[in-house]
Design a protein around this ligand. Structure first.
Ligand SMILES: [Zn+2]
Length: 260
């Protein structure tokens, strides 16, 4: 397999009707994926899917908007130790909606429980950080938390999934040793060109977030992991590097950080 979509959700109900067919289409396109949990139930499913398919690896964790569900450290410690589990997440802070901003404290506790688990198991973090529109508030809070943890965990690493921050925010993640993940939205909105140009190719990971956020030309339709090829094409175009070289480097980055 040449390409790995570093963030998707075959574990969600959107794929209940045709999951195996979509996985077969992905494999036929030469693409594999990291299947990301958003709570305990979907993390269990991610581990099962990774066990059944050579093209899938699992990431286990609890999404920040699931702050109202208890986080079972015992269950997640067990899950993190299963074969083909390559990271903890998606975890972080989500301030996009007001109802989530009212629960920053709960989100923060949930996030730090998962940083502790990642440290304990020495796995990378798959971060979901979504700021209030037009701001970088959640990024700044998450970076403050991560920078404090880094002092006691020098090998801390991971990626900022679905990155929508500024150059300054990207630089803080890079200084911490994190990667930056770009999704299909970079094929739609020209305002991402500058940030894609700014982040070194060696520190970029490609992703879809399937079933969400289809790139052009599938905008508005259910997203599938092989559509990551469109995001990779766009990165090559923006950076003016050959598609072959970009594919090679992004896959190398992915395999290194997730130890695949
Ligand atoms: Zn996701």
């Amino acid at each position: 397999m040449q390409i790995i979509d570093t963030h998707s959700h075959f574990n969600l109900t959107q794929f209940d009707g045709d999951r195996e067919e979509v996985i077969a289409r992905m494999e036929a396109a030469g693409v594999g994926t990291l299947c990301v949990g958003v709570d305990e139930e979907t993390s269990v499913k991610a581990v099962a899917l990774a066990g059944a398919h050579k093209s899938i690896w699992a990431i286990v964790g609890q999404h920040p908007t699931e702050w109202y569900q208890a986080f079972s450290i015992d269950a997640f410690t067990m899950l993190a130790q299963q074969p083909r589990v390559v990271a903890i997440g998606e975890c972080g802070l989500d301030y996009f909606r007001e109802q989530e901003r009212e629960h920053v404290q709960e989100q923060r506790v949930l996030f730090e429980s998962q940083i502790a688990l990642a440290k304990e198991t020495d796995l990378p973090l798959m971060l979901h950080i979504r700021p209030t529109q037009g701001t970088t508030d959640a990024y700044e809070d998450a970076l403050d938390i991560l920078e404090a943890w880094k002092r006691g965990w020098p090998t801390m690493r991971g990626t900022a999934h679905f990155f929508v921050g500024t150059k300054e925010i990207a630089d803080r993640f890079l200084a911490l040793g994190f990667h930056i993940s770009f999704s299909g939205v970079i094929t739609i909105f020209p305002e991402y060109e500058e940030i894609v140009r700014h982040v070194p190719l060696e520190r970029i990971l490609p992703e879809t977030d399937a079933p969400f956020a289809s790139p052009l030309p599938w905008r508005g339709k259910r997203c599938e992991p092989q559509y990551v090829l469109e995001t990779i094409k766009k990165i090559a175009e923006i950076k003016m590097i050959s598609l072959q070289d970009v594919e090679y480097q992004l896959t190398k980055n992915t395999k290194e950080i997730f130890t695949i």
